[in-house]
Design a protein around this ligand. Structure first.
Ligand code: IVH
Length: 668
């Protein structure tokens, strides 16, 4: 067999295994056998670079780095769905449909409503050429590069070669992948995603394809759009879905053809309960007229098709006791109340906390500690309190009052007249200091691995650290004496701190925790001034001239540096040797696609030494670590990988084989 023929055969086999794994959930080979096929293909493509094709599985993360999203127009508008909240609404929908169709007999297809974001894929002659988000329905964002990184999406359709077809569906994150991402974010001190839908939407829109590839997005498809005037794919929806599956597209398998609206209601009732057993979030059932000719007759309003409706599952509710209301002190000093509940089962998990936005909201809704309360879990991980059950309230239950003083440092809380949030204004408040230090060390700031919540807590409690600058004066022997530390972890921490001295200026600006300065503004300021000294000296007006910086950020930066205490800490950071120059200027920022990611390399790589691999990662902004932990973003797996691979698998760390790793670093 010629290398060309072998490469083609391998690509087909790999696509077939991807299909079995991602679409049918029924792999027929062990991971190692699959990896061997990929490795063989990589070897052939390396020896014969002219044989590499754009739809080769080795190219899912290849190509140019993503720099932004172009706007694209959909073949036909992507409509939304009208909602039905109860069975009466379903009966009305059915009446309208039958009247519009002019027949008493209408069959439906009921499908689970996937809680993700809609996506439209364009295939030309069977090849994936474009992936777009819904956008405003008419214009979407071109996310082709990121869609290609989703292994559940076939790069080539099997059995369909028409010149142009658009398939539509939903990109989503399975529950276990969502939980793994949030664990990683928690460890890195980053804000958690509230639900899998937000996480999926955030992921598909990131500019870092390695992130997309590593997060485990999946997709389900349920619709086909052909250019007007061309023949459709199937006469009914019940025929269409199996056809999509034969093309190699993932189709959610629990759909059911229903002869009547009663059958539809039975389906909705079943899944209102059974949905908890699914590995993905679903927030309802989509009911669609089965016969596509009848759909034509019914047509659409400006927003919704008249032939479909979304039945929303009722939010899951339970009653429990509100034990007490506590307050949390954030890094900016914002003091926010939250509810501590008697643990209660709700939507398959035990909840014992709920959000309570602010004290005015608590007064307005008359929620009192000791009340029985109705709690509700929508799609979010943290439930909310719907209302107190007044009938159960003891006669003299006192209302809750916002504490007048900070629970951590005792300073009086203040609230500017036009705001709703109370604040502790003591810049050296231990609670604020803890949160600030966690932020300072976090991945998108100074990126000091190992300096997380529990260590920060000990450093502040023991008085070893009283501000950011103290971090750089830490001494290994003292750190080693702390709980759950030892000489080795202390030395690692000191080395990490040492490394962070070289961090780019935007990281330092972000790390300082200046109000209103997030990562984007920090990067803009670093680009605009190039170094710290001129920024510190600049007037508010001068700061405002930087592209992407508005008056609020400019004023906040100015007043931060004007505060003498902040000035002194910054002076000490500079004296400790922290870098104050911007290295990434302008477009160079985009050349750091691996920024914020930590890699571990295991086993032997065939095409490069470990040192070369590490240098490539660092050049692209990533970090290399020698041991696998929850903070590891990617494990690069070479031949004869050992215990690190095992550990990575138990932690759910994303893996890259040598081919995928090369594709990643070649994007430069
Ligand atoms: S059909 C013409 N089917 O729900 C409308 N949509 O709330 C075609 N969705 O924008 C949509 N699962 O993103 C359809 N099985 C399913 C779905 C589904 C999730 C999403 C879709 C749509 C949104 C409307």
């Amino acid at each position: 067999m010629t290398p060309a023929a072998r490469a083609t055969a391998l690509r087909q086999q790999i696509a077939q295994h991807d299909y079995r794994y991602y679409v049918l959930d029924d792999p027929t080979v062990a991971d190692a056998e699959y990896d061997a096929l990929v490795a063989e293909l990589v070897a052939i493509e390396r020896a014969h670079p002219d044989l590499v094709t754009p739809d080769s599985p080795t190219q899912r993360v290849g190509g140019q780095p993503v720099t932004g999203f172009a706007t694209v127009e959909h073949l036909l508008p992507m409509l939304s769905l009208d909602n039905s909240y109860d069975e009466a609404a379903l009966v009305e929908f059915d009446d309208r449909v039958r009247r519009g169709a002019g027949t008493a007999d209408v069959a439906y297809v009921a499908e689970l409503k996937i809680d993700g974001l809609s996506i439209a894929l364009t295939y030309e002659y069977g090849r994936l050429v474009r992936g777009a988000t819904r956008g405003d329905g008419t214009l979407g964002e071109d996310v082709t590069a990121n869609v290609r990184a989703i292994r559940a999406v076939p790069l080539v359709l099997t059995g369909d070669r028409r010149p142009l077809v658009e398939v539509r569906g939903e990109v989503y994150l399975p529950k276990p992948a969502f939980e793994a991402i949030n664990r990683e974010r928690e460890a890195a001190g980053e804000p958690l995603f509230a639900n899998p839908r937000n996480a999926a939407a955030g992921t598909i829109r990131t500019l870092d394809r390695a992130t997309v590839a590593g997060r485990g997005l999946r997709a389900y498809f349920y619709q086909v759009v052909v250019p007007p005037g061309l023949p459709g794919v199937a006469p009914t929806h019940a025929d269409l879905l199996p056809t999509l599956a034969t093309w190699g597209l993932p189709v959610e398998r629990h759909w059911r053809r229903c002869g009547s609206i009663d059958d539809v209601m039975a389906f909705c009732r079943e899944w209102a309960e059974a949905r908890r057993t699914l590995p993905f979030e679903t927030d309802g059932v989509v009911i669609k007229v089965d016969d596509l000719a009848v759909r034509e007759t019914l047509g659409a309003t400006a927003k919704f098709p008249r032939w479909a409706t979304a039945f929303k599952f009722p939010a899951e509710q339970a009653t429990t006791r509100l034990l007490r209301i506590e307050v949390n002190v954030g890094r900016t000093g914002a003091v926010t109340p939250f509810a501590v509940l008697e643990p209660v089962r709700l939507g398959g998990t035990t909840v014992q906390m709920a959000t309570l936005h602010n004290d005015q909201e608590i007064q307005r809704r008359d929620i009192r500690p000791g009340d029985r309360v109705l709690v509700e879990k929508g799609g979010d991980i943290i439930p909310k309190i719907v209302k107190p059950i007044l009938a159960d309230r003891p006669a003299d239950l006192p209302a809750w009052v916002m504490p007048a003083a900070c629970p951590s440092c005792g300073s009086a809380l203040v609230r500017p007249e036009e705001e709703v949030v109370w604040r502790c204004e003591n810049a050296s408040c231990p609670a604020r200091l803890r949160r600030s230090l966690e932020h300072f060390a976090s991945r998108r700031a100074m990126n000091i691995e190992g300096l997380g919540e529990s260590l920060v807590d000990q450093l502040v409690t023991t008085g070893l650290v009283g501000d950011y600058a103290d971090v750089y004066a830490l001494d290994a022997a003292r750190v080693a004496a702390l709980d759950r530390m030892g000489p080795k972890s202390a030395a690692n921490l000191i080395a990490e701190i040492d490394r962070s001295r070289a961090a780019d200026l935007w990281r330092l600006l972000h790390a300082l925790g200046i109000r209103h300065v997030g990562e984007g503004s920090a990067r803009a300021l670093a680009r605009g001034f190039g170094s710290l000294a001129p920024l510190r000296a600049a007037s508010g007006e001068a700061i405002e001239t930087v592209p992407d910086i508005g008056p609020i950020v400019a004023r906040s930066v100015r007043s931060f540096f004007d505060e003498p205490r902040n000035g002194r800490v910054v002076d000490r950071l500079v004296a400790a040797g922290v870098n104050t120059e911007a290295r990434e200027a302008g477009a160079a920022a985009a050349a750091q696609p691996l920024a914020g990611l930590t890699f571990v390399i295991t086993g032997t790589l065939d095409t490069m030494s470990r040192e070369e691999a590490a240098a490539a990662i660092e050049r692209l902004g990533g970090k290399v670590s020698t041991s696998v932990s929850r903070k590891t973003s990617r494990l690069v797996v070479g031949r004869e990988a050992g215990s690190k691979l095992e550990k990575a698998r138990t932690l759910g760390v994303a893996e890259l084989d040598e081919a995928a790793f090369r594709a990643l670093i070649m994007q430069e």
